[in-house]
Design a protein around this ligand. Structure first.
Ligand SMILES: Nc1nc2c(c(=O)[nH]1)N[C@H]1C(S)=C(S)[C@@H](COP(=O)(O)O)O[C@H]1N2
Ligand SMILES: [Mo]
Length: 208
């Protein structure tokens, strides 16, 4: 198991500034032990063993992982902060899963692939530049603090992109669609920023 160097080892100031000294991005507060649930739709109750993840679109080799197959990929963990656009941040949660880089090794994104649209079983979507989810900074995760991810928090499987606002971390993720042109997701169509960097306070469309 690979542990991402959030707290230990050589600090990666470029990647995880929020984890160093518990720094808060501008306009955020520390929610402490609270982990609010923020969901636009009703929580689906999915059977983990029947859950699958498909990566398709602008890739050489589309692939669907069963729950079992997904767990045979090299695991990694992220220990650090998450930042919701509604202004709460939470520090020190440890998430475990598989980095998207491991999925890219199998599907091989085409050279023209530039964006990702993540789809949840519920129809929720969110879009991300491919460079924001490549290079050991985005994961699909099934555990938080050593326990299976609870359904309300996106279990059995959610996306985790902790360096961007948490709406980018789609809960109940089942499909990652690689795109050559950007396609706004659910909140992005509803006035939220296309990229959502909390350090730049990219909350709404029109923010820098
Ligand atoms: N499918 C789905 N994923 C989602 C959301 C949602 O409404 N539906 N909300 C997003 C938002 S705004 C936040 S802050 C986080 C909240 O995750 P949590 O409920 O585990 O705190 O999930 C993100 N992923
Ligand atoms: Mo959020």
């Amino acid at each position: 198991m690979v542990i991402t160097r959030g707290f230990t080892g050589r600090p990666r100031r470029d990647r995880l500034p929020g984890d160093l000294g518990r720094r808060l991005p501008p306009g955020q507060y520390d929610a402490g032990d609270e982990w609010p649930v923020l969901t636009a739709e009703a929580t689906p109750h999915l059977v983990p063993e029947q859950h699958t993840l498909t990566v398709d679109g602008a890739v050489e080799q589309p692939h669907t992982w069963t729950w079992h197959d997904l767990h045979t990929l090299p695991h990694s963990s992220y220990a650090g902060a998450i930042h919701c656009v509604t202004t709460w941040s939470r520090f020190g949660t440890t998430f475990t899963g598989v980095s998207l880089d491991e999925l890219w090794r199998v599907v091989r994104p085409r050279p023209e692939a530039a964006y990702l649209l993540a789809h949840a079983t519920t129809g929720y979507t969110t879009n991300l530049p491919l460079e924001d989810v490549t290079g050991e900074k985005a994961w699909v995760v099934w555990a938080a603090d050593g326990r299976p991810l609870p359904p309300d928090h996106g279990g059995p499987l959610r996306l985790l992109v902790p360096h961007l606002y948490f709406w980018k971390s789609a809960k109940w993720v089942t499909r990652l669609e690689l795109l050559t042109t950007d396609r706004p997701g659910f909140w992005e169509q509803n006035g939220y920023h296309d990229r959502g960097d909390p350090w730049l306070e990219q909350r709404y469309q029109g923010d820098p």
